[in-house]
Ligand binder design. Structure first.
Ligand code: C5P
Length: 250
């Protein structure tokens, strides 16, 4: 079966709420994304409790510290067997290299799959004036490209990017480099606070490898049906009423 590229953003504050959503959508998405809010409140134990066996996990914890500390943080979460972990590319080459080495060696030691590491470039909440204020006085797209190239050259597996950045990054990064893309809205869905959106098909055609989709699934009256409709739009065949997860994303 073609792999399902959709990671459902579970932006829920409590274990109960997260578990309820995950159990409903797990069979119709490629994986789930849990971020800082959940991780800070519930920690690794919370993740173990809410994640069904076999469902790929995107651990969006946006690490940024000195290389030794980030490497240690990566080692601390490898036992959770996340498929993807995020770190800030602006942490620099040595930090990213240390993280990549830690992910590989710890996974090897524990006999679990190596988590793929994704660089966060410029947060979409920042504009050119914000970059200027922190001493990175260049246009946003240029800074995104610079950091994405650095992430790739430092041994990361890919980057998180907005729909507007897919085409430019696809031109300059290796074909195998992961582009994990939030800001996705199925045709007709409410954009909410996302300013520039693409449909799932548009983003995949532009060169995304994975899609992060939250509220269009989790806020739907029937989240499982919403996730299945997105999969169908992407041309993926799901078992009707499937309770088991679709094939994990490689
Ligand atoms: O609900 P929605 O589909 O907008 O959720 C998108 C998810 O991706 C959220 O968890 C959000 O924090 C995350 N995200 C984003 N834009 C970025 C980076 C992450 O929307 N630039």
């Amino acid at each position: 079966m073609t792999t399902n590229p959709v990671f459902c953003a579970i932006d829920a504050p409590t274990r109960d709420e997260a578990k309820r959503l995950i159990d409903v959508v797990a069979g119709a998405v490629g994986g789930i994304k849990l971020g800082l809010e959940f991780f800070m409140a519930e920690g690794p134990a919370g993740i173990r409790e809410v994640r069904p066996t076999g469902v790929p996990l995107f651990l969006d914890i946006k690490l940024h510290d000195i290389p030794n500390t980030v490497a240690g943080a990566i080692r601390s979460v490898v036992p959770l067997s996340p498929a993807y972990i995020t770190l800030h590319a602006s942490g620099g080459r040595a930090m990213m290299q240390a993280a990549a080495e830690a992910a590989a060696s710890e996974a090897d030691k524990l006999g679990v799959p190596r988590p793929k590491l994704l660089g966060v470039t410029v947060l979409t909440s920042l504009d050119v004036a914000d970059l200027e204020a922190v001493g990175q006085g260049m246009e946003v797209a240029g800074q995104v490209e610079r950091l994405a190239r650095l992430a790739e050259a430092s041994g990361l597996d890919g980057v998180v990017c907005s729909p507007r950045e897919i085409a430019r990054l696809r031109r300059v990064l290796k074909p195998a480099t992961v582009l994990m893309v939030p800001g996705i809205r199925p045709a007709g869905a409410d954009a909410g606070d996302q300013k520039r959106v693409m449909t799932p098909q548009e983003a995949m055609e532009a060169g995304a490898t994975h899609l992060v989709i939250g509220r269009p699934i989790t806020g739907a009256a029937d989240p499982a049906a919403a996730a299945r409709a997105i999969a169908a739009d992407l041309g993926l065949a799901l078992d009707a009423g499937a309770a088991a997860p679709t094939s994990p994303v490689p």
